[in-house]
Design a protein around this ligand. Structure first.
Ligand code: SAH
Length: 671
C-alpha cells in the first residue's frame, strides 16, 4: 500500500507530497533505533544476565516454577537469558510489530521456541487466564523500559499495571530497584543553554548592551529534560556546589504508583556559588542486596575504572527555574517533582510548608515564548560571544547609514545588532517597534507593500531555521533569497555571501557502535537484528547522513578537511544540480567509520564561521567541534581499517550531489 504524506521541504521550503511506502516509518525507526547500541552495552547485558540468574535461583530455591514476564522484549534477549538460566516459561511482550516479528525469529534460531512466547501487544493489553495471552501470572518480572530520565518511556505506568494484573504479589523483579541521584552545580556553559545573556555591541556612538526582557529573565523555561553525554563536559566547565545525593528510588518488586508526587532532600552546599543546574543520573540494582549494580554516574562521581560507553542512557541536565545564590554550609532544600513521565526541580532556602495535598506540583510553563522558539543548543549559539562578534564585524562592513535590511532567519538577533550598528530601516525582528518591522509572511509571498515600496539593499541571515535537521537544510536561506529577488536592489549585499560544505573522514571513539552489527550477544545469536537494521539502513532516506552533536562524540580525523561544494548566495539558486567528485588521502592510521559533513558560512570577505570543525587539536587528529550545532554523519556500511604507511597512502573517493530541485544531498563513498 502507498500513502501520500505532505511536508514542508526543510531546504527548499516547498510543500511537497511524498508517496510513502507503508513500511517507511518502520524502516526509519529501525535504522535510527537504539537496539544496536543496547546490544553493544556489555556492562548492561552482563548485569542483566547476572540479575536474571539470581532471580531464577531464588524462585527455584523456594520450590516454585519460574514464570517470567519480559515487558518490552525487543530482540528477545532478556527472555533468552531467563530461559538459559532455567526459567520454566517466559512471556515476552513487545508492542512494536517489526521487533516482535524479529524476536520470534531470534527466539526460534536460538532454540527457545518451547520456552518463550512472544506477545505482540502493549503490556496493558495483555490478558491472563486459561484463554488469555498468559496462562497464569508471572513470578519474575524482567524489563528494560528506561530512558536517560528513567521514567520518560513510561516505565511507571507499565509497572503499575503489571503489578495489578500480570505478576504475583511478592514477585522477583530484575532490576530490583532504581535510584535517582542529583548534584547541584553552577555552570555558565550549561546555564547559557537556558537564559539569554546580555549581548555587547560596540557601535559608533558607544557600547550598547542588548538585554533580555524581564519576562524572559524570570521565565521558568520548559520542563523537558536536557540529556547529554555528561562525560564530555570538562570539569573546568562547571563548579560543584553539593555532594551527590540520592533523590528518590523506585522498588520494582512491589506495587508502583505513577501518580504525580514529589521528593525533597536537604543539601549542605560544599561551596558558595550560584545554584543554576541540577545534574542527575540513575543506577539500577539487579538484585535486592544491591550487589549487581549498573550505574550511569559520570566520570567524577564513580570510582570504577571499567567505564562503559553507551548512548541509549546518558545523564540529565535540569535547569532550576531561577539561579539561586547559595552559601557554603547553609542548608537548602531541593525538591524533585514528577508526574508519570518526567521530572523537574525546585530549590528553596528554608523548609517551606509542604506542597499542597496529594503532592501535586505544577510543572514549569514557559511564559516568555523564547524557550519554545529556541532549543538548548540555539540558546547556546546565541550566547556565543565569539560568534556574535563575527556577525557584528561583518555587519559593520556591509551596513551603511541608508541601508534597508531584510533578515531571513528564525528567532534571530541579527536585526537588533544591525539596528544598533546603524542600519536605518530594519525589517523583521523583536521589539524595536518603529525601527524593526516583523513581517509575518513566507519569503515568496513578500509584497512591496510589506516593504513600504522600498528595495532591499542588504539581505542578511545567520542562516538558521528551526526546521533544519541536517547542516544543509539551512540552505533554505538561498531559496528564500531567490524568492525575494524582485525586491532587492541591483547591487544588493548578501550576508553571508556564500556557504560551503566541508567533509572529513573520521574514526569515532564510540559512536560507531550505534550502527554496527553485534552478531553474538552474551552467547545469543542476534544476527537477525543486524540484518534487519542493515536492510532498513539501505531503505531510501535512511541511507542518508544523520545529525549528531559531535562535541559529545569524540573522533579523530583521518584526512584533512575538504571543502566539497560551494553555494553562492549572491546569485539565485541554479536550475541544474551542483555536484562534485574527488578523492581524499588518508593521512592517519585508523578505522574509517564514516564521513562528517558541515557547513561554513562566508559572512563577508575574510570572515567566516564554521558550524562544524573548530580545529584538529593535536597530531593524533582529535577534533574539536562547534558545541552548538549538529553535524551530519554518514556511516560507511563497511569499516575499512587502514594501516597507511607513509609510502602507500590510501584514499577515499567521493561523489556528492546537491539536487537544487529537491534540496537533497546524495553522497557516495568508495574506500
Ligand atoms: N528488552 C530488550 C529491548 C529493550 S528496548 C533489551 O533489553 O535488549 C524497550 C522495548 O520495549 C522497545 O522495543 C519498546 O517497543 C518496548 N516497550 C516499551 N514499553 C512497552 C510496553 N508497555 N509493552 C510492550 N512493549 C513495550
Amino acid at each position: 500500500m502507498k500513502t501520500f504524506c505532505g511536508r514542508a521541504n526543510p531546504t527548499t521550503g516547498a510543500i511537497e507530497w511524498l508517496e510513502e511506502d507503508e513500511n517507511y516509518d518502520y524502516h526509519q525507526e529501525i535504522a535510527r533505533s537504539r537496539y544496536a547500541d543496547m546490544l553493544h552495552d556489555k556492562d548492561r547485558n552482563v548485569k542483566y544476565y547476572q540479575g536474571i540468574r539470581a532471580a531464577v535461583s531464588r524462585v527455584k530455591e523456594r520450590g516454585e516454577k519460574a514464570i517470567v514476564l519480559d515487558i518490552g522484549t525487543g530482540t528477545g534477549l532478556l527472555s533468552m537469558m531467563a530461559a538459559s538460566a532455567g526459567a520454566d516459561f517466559c512471556y515476552a511482550v513487545e508492542v512494536f510489530k517489526p521487533m516482535a516479528n524479529a524476536a520470534v525469529k531470534i527466539v526460534e534460531k536460538n532454540g527457545f521456541r518451547d520456552k518463550i512466547k512472544v506477545i505482540n501487544k502493549h503490556s496493558t493489553e495483555v490478558t491472563v487466564g486459561p484463554d488469555g495471552d498468559m496462562h497464569c501470572r508471572a513470578n519474575i518480572l524482567v524489563t528494560e523500559l528506561f530512558d536517560t530520565e528513567l521514567i520518560g518511556e513510561g516505565a511507571l505506568p507499565t509497572y503499575e499495571h503489571a503489578h495489578k494484573y500480570l505478576v504475583e504479589e511478592g514477585c522477583e523483579a530484575v532490576p530490583h530497584r532504581a535510584t535517582v541521584y542529583v548534584q547541584l552545580v553552577e555552570s555558565k556553559r550549561m546555564w547559557s543553554w537556558n537564559k539569554l545573556f546580555p549581548v555587547r555591541v560596540e557601535a559608533e556612538d558607544g557600547e550598547k548592551i542588548i538585554v533580555s526582557p524581564s519576562d524572559m529573565e524570570n521565565c521558568p523555561g520548559v520542563p523537558s529534560v536536557c540529556d547529554i553525554q555528561l562525560n564530555q563536559m570538562p570539569s573546568s566547565d562547571f563548579t560543584i556546589l553539593s555532594d551527590v545525593v540520592t533523590m528518590f528510588s523506585v522498588d520494582f518488586s512491589n506495587p508502583v504508583s505513577s501518580a504525580s508526587t514529589y521528593y525533597r532532600v536537604q543539601l549542605e552546599p560544599v561551596k558558595s556559588g550560584k545554584a543554576q543546574i541540577v545534574l542527575s543520573w540513575w543506577d539500577i540494582d539487579m538484585d535486592p542486596a544491591g550487589m549487581i549494580n549498573c550505574t550511569m554516574a559520570p566520570y567524577w562521581a564513580k570510582s570504577t575504572s571499567d567505564f562503559q560507553w553507551r548512548d541509549h542512557w546518558m545523564q540529565c541536565v535540569y535547569f532550576l527555574p531561577n539561579e539561586e545564590p547559595v552559601l557554603q554550609g547553609e542548608t537548602v532544600y531541593l525538591t524533585a517533582c514528577r508526574d508519570a513521565y518526567s521530572v523537574w526541580y525546585k530549590l528553596q532556602k528554608a523548609r517551606e510548608g509542604e506542597t499542597k495535598a496529594g503532592g501535586r506540583v505544577e510543572s514549569p510553563v514557559c511564559r516568555c515564548q523564547a524557550h519554545l522558539l529556541w532549543n538548548r543548543p540555539r540558546f547556546g549559539q546565541l550566547n556565543d560571544q565569539d560568534r556574535t562578534h563575527q556577525y557584528i564585524k561583518s555587519l559593520m562592513k556591509v551596513l551603511q547609514r541608508d541601508s534597508v535590511c531584510l533578515c531571513i532567519s528564525d528567532g534571530s538577533l541579527l536585526p537588533v545588532l544591525a539596528h544598533y550598528l546603524g542600519a536605518k530601516q530594519f525589517l523583521k525582528a523583536n521589539n524595536l517597534e518603529d525601527k524593526i518591522k516583523i513581517i509575518e509572511a513566507r519569503p515568496e509571498l513578500l509584497t512591496s507593500s510589506h516593504l513600504e515600496d522600498k528595495k532591499i539593499s542588504v539581505l542578511i541571515g545567520e542562516p538558521f531555521f528551526t526546521t533544519s535537521l541536517l547542516p544543509w537544510h539551512n540552505l533554505y536561506f538561498w531559496y528564500a533569497r531567490t524568492a525575494v529577488t524582485g525586491h532587492l536592489t541591483s547591487d544588493v549585499t548578501v550576508l553571508p555571501q556564500s556557504a560551503s560544505l566541508h567533509m572529513m573522514i573520521v574514526e569515532f571513539e564510540d559512536l560507531w557502535r550505534i550502527r554496527s552489527p553485534c552478531g553474538i550477544c552474551e552467547g545469543f545469536d542476534v544476527q537477525t537484528m543486524d540484518d534487519m537494521i542493515k536492510n532498513s539502513l539501505n531503505f531510501r532516506e535512511s541511507k542518508e547522513a544523520e545529525p549528531h552533536p559531535l562535541w559529545e562524540y569524540p573522533c579523530k580525523s583521518l584526512c584533512d578537511p575538504q571543502e566539497v561544494l560551494t553555494f553562492d548566495f549572491r546569485k539565485t539558486v541554479p536550475q541544474h544540480c551542483v555536484s562534485t567528485e574527488g578523492s581524499v588521502n588518508l593521512v592517519r592510521k585508523g578505522k574509517s567509520h564514516g564521513a562528517v559533513l558541515w557547513m561554513e558560512y562566508n559572512l563577508a570577505a575574510d570572515i567566516s564561521i564554521s558550524t562544524g570543525l573548530m580545529q584538529i587539536s593535536n597530531e593524533k587528529g582529535n577534533c574539536e567541534w562547534n558545541p552548538h550545532c549538529k553535524q551530519a554523519v554518514y556511516f560507511f556500511s563497511s569499516v575499512i581499517e587502514s594501516e597507511t604507511p607513509s609510502d602507500l597512502p590510501s584514499a577515499v573517493t567521493y561523489a556528492i550531489n546537491f539536487d537544487t530541485k529537491t534540496g537533497e544531498i546524495a553522497m557516495d563513498f568508495k574506500l
